[in-house]
Ligand binder design. Structure first.
Ligand SMILES: Cc1cc2nc3c(=O)[nH]c(=O)nc-3n(C[C@H](O)[C@H](O)[C@H](O)COP(=O)(O)OP(=O)(O)OC[C@H]3O[C@@H](n4cnc5c(N)ncnc54)[C@H](O)[C@@H]3O)c2cc1C
Length: 396
C-alpha cells in the first residue's frame, strides 16, 4: 500500500490487489515506528495521521523473573517522534488507501486474490487474480509481491527462501483493560513462559509465547490451565481473563524467519515479508516492509515512468535492503536462541541474562535497542528526486 501510494503520487499508474474485502486482520502487528512516522512527516501526512486514535509508547518495559526494567527508551531518538505509535494496522492501511485514492493514477481492488503470473519470453508481464466477478488478467511493467510471509507471488515466481527457524510460536488474543490495570506495555519473562501485554486503550493485545508446535497439546487441556498461567504472569487480569471463553478466542501465530536468495526476476520484485519473513522479536516487521517500499519507490519511480525497468534496477533494491534485513534477522535470531529458547525450556526461577542486567544497570544502553527497534539499520527517506516528481505529477 505504501509503495502504491508513493508511485501513484509520482504519476506512475498503480493497481493494488488485496485478497480480502477489508484490512481487519488480527494477526498484523500494531506498531508504527519512529522511522515510519518520519516518512509520514516527509510526505506531509504526519499531523493528519496522528489525529487517528493511537497510543504513544515512549519506552518498552520488561520483567525477567523478579527484575523489572526499561528495555528501550525512544525519547532520545534523532527523529521527529520519540515514540512508537500503537494503532491497529487496518487504520494505518485505510489511511494510506484513502490518501492514495486522491491520485487518479491509483486503483485499489479489494477481494482480488492473485492466483498466477503471466510470463512472456522469460519476463513476468502481469498476473491473474480471482475476484467476485470472475478471473481477471492484469498486464504490468512490474509486478510487486508484497503479499506477506505466505506469498503466493514468490511461490509462483519460483523464488527460493532460506529458512532460519524459530523456537517459538505466539498465541494472540485480547482481554479487556480496566481503569485499575497498569498503563505500561510490558513483556514478562518467567521460567517456561513469556507474556506480552500491549496497552491498546480499552483492551490488552496479548501475546503468549510458547515452544514451537506446543499449541495442539495445550488445546487438549482445559482452558482454565491457560487462564491460570496468564494470571500468574499478569495478576491484574484475574477478573477479565474469563473473557477468554474458548480456545477459538486464541489465535496461533506461527513464527517464521526466512529470506529470499533473490528478491526479483525480470518484471517481478518481492518486498516486505514476501522477501523476508521477520520474527516478532522487537516488532520490526512493519517497519522493514515500509522501508523496503520507500527504497523501491526512490529507485523505481523513474524507470517505471519511462517504462524501462531493468533487472539491474531490481537488483539495486535488493542490494540496498538486504543488509538491514540480514543484520535485523541476525539480531532477532540471537535473541530467539539466547534469551527466548532458554526461557521457554527453563524450569528454575529465572536469572536475567547479562544483556538484561546491563540494561537495568546502565540506562544509557537503553538507547541501543531503542535505535534498532525504532529506526532500524539504514533508515530510508523519501528522496529529493521523488519529492520533486510529486510536484511535477501534481501540476500535470
Ligand atoms: C506474532 C507476530 C507479531 C508481530 N508483531 C509485530 C509488531 O508488533 N510490529 C511489527 O512491526 N511487526 C510485527 N510482526 C511482523 C509483521 O506483521 C510483518 O512483518 C508485516 O506485517 C509485513 O508486512 P507486509 O506488508 O510485507 O505483509 P502483510 O502485512 O502480511 O500483508 C500482506 C497482504 O497481502 C495480502 N495477500 C496475501 N496473499 C495475497 C494474494 N494472493 N493476492 C492478493 N493479496 C494477498 C494479505 O491479505 C495482506 O493484506 C509480527 C509478526 C508476528 C508473526
Amino acid at each position: 500500500m505504501m509503495l502504491g501510494y508513493l508511485l501513484a503520487r509520482a504519476g506512475v499508474e498503480v493497481l493494488v490487489l488485496e485478497k480480502h474485502s477489508d484490512f481487519l486482520r488480527d494477526f498484523r502487528g500494531d506498531t508504527i515506528h519512529p522511522s515510519t512516522l518520519e516518512v509520514l512527516h516527509e510526505l506531509g501526512l504526519l499531523d493528519e495521521f496522528l489525529k487517528l486514535p493511537h497510543q504513544k509508547v515512549y519506552e518498552l518495559n520488561g520483567q525477567f523473573g523478579e527484575m523489572r526494567l526499561t528495555i528501550a527508551d525512544f525519547r532520545h531518538l534523532p527523529t521527529r517522534c520519540g515514540f512508537v505509535a500503537f494503532m491497529p494496522q487496518w487504520d494505518f492501511l485505510n489511511f494510506l488507501a484513502e490518501k492514495a485514492a486522491s491520485y487518479k493514477t491509483f486503483e485499489l481492488k479489494m477481494d482480488a486474490e492473485v492466483t498466477g503470473l503471466i510470463e512472456q519470453s522469460g519476463r513476468i508481464s502481469g498476473m491473474r487474480a480471482k475476484t467476485p466477478d470472475g478471473e481477471i488478467e492484469v498486464r504490468a511493467d512490474l509486478v510487486v509481491g508484497a503479499d506477506g510471509r505466505s506469498s503466493s507471488v514468490r511461490e509462483k515466481a519460483g523464488l527460493q527462501a532460506r529458512e532460519f527457524g524459530a523456537p517459538m510460536d505466539v498465541l494472540w488474543f485480547r482481554i479487556r483493560r480496566t481503569a485499575e490495570d497498569p498503563a505500561v506495555t510490558m513483556g514478562r519473562f518467567d521460567a517456561g513462559r513469556i507474556f506480552i501485554a500491549l496497552n491498546r486503550g480499552d483492551y490488552w493485545q496479548c501475546g503468549y509465547v510458547i515452544a514451537k508446535g506446543q499449541f495442539e497439546e495445550m488445546r487438549r487441556q482445559d482452558l482454565d490451565t491457560f487462564r491460570a498461567a496468564i494470571v500468574k504472569l499478569a495478576p491484574y487480569l484475574q477478573d477479565s481473563v474469563h473473557e477468554l471463553r474458548a480456545w477459538d478466542d486464541v489465535k496461533l501465530l506461527t513464527v517464521r524467519v526466512n529470506r529470499l536468495d533473490e528478491w526479483f526476476r525480470p518484471g517481478l520484485l518481492c518486498i516486505g515479508d514476501a522477501a523476508h519473513a521477520m520474527s516478532p522479536v522487537g516488532g520490526v516487521g512493519i517497519n522493514l516492509a515500509i522501508q523496503d517500499a520507500v527504497a523501491s519507490a526512490n529507485l523505481l519511480f523513474k524507470p517505471l515512468q519511462e517504462k524501462q525497468v531493468t533487472i539491474d534496477d531490481l537488483r539495486r533494491i535488493q542490494t540496498r535492503r538486504e543488509l538491514p534485513t540480514r543484520v535485523t534477522q541476525k539480531l532477532q535470531l540471537a535473541v530467539q536462541d539466547r534469551i527466548i529458547a532458554p526461557v521457554l525450556t527453563d524450569t528454575q526461577p529465572l536469572e536475567p541474562p547479562l544483556a538484561v542486567r546491563l540494561l537495568a544497570r546502565f540506562p544509557f544502553f537503553r538507547r541501543i535497542p531503542a535505535r534498532v527497534i525504532g529506526v532500524g539499520i539504514r533508515p530510508e527517506h523519501v528522496s529529493a528526486e521523488l519529492l520533486r516528481a510529486f510536484g511535477v505529477a501534481r501540476q500535470a
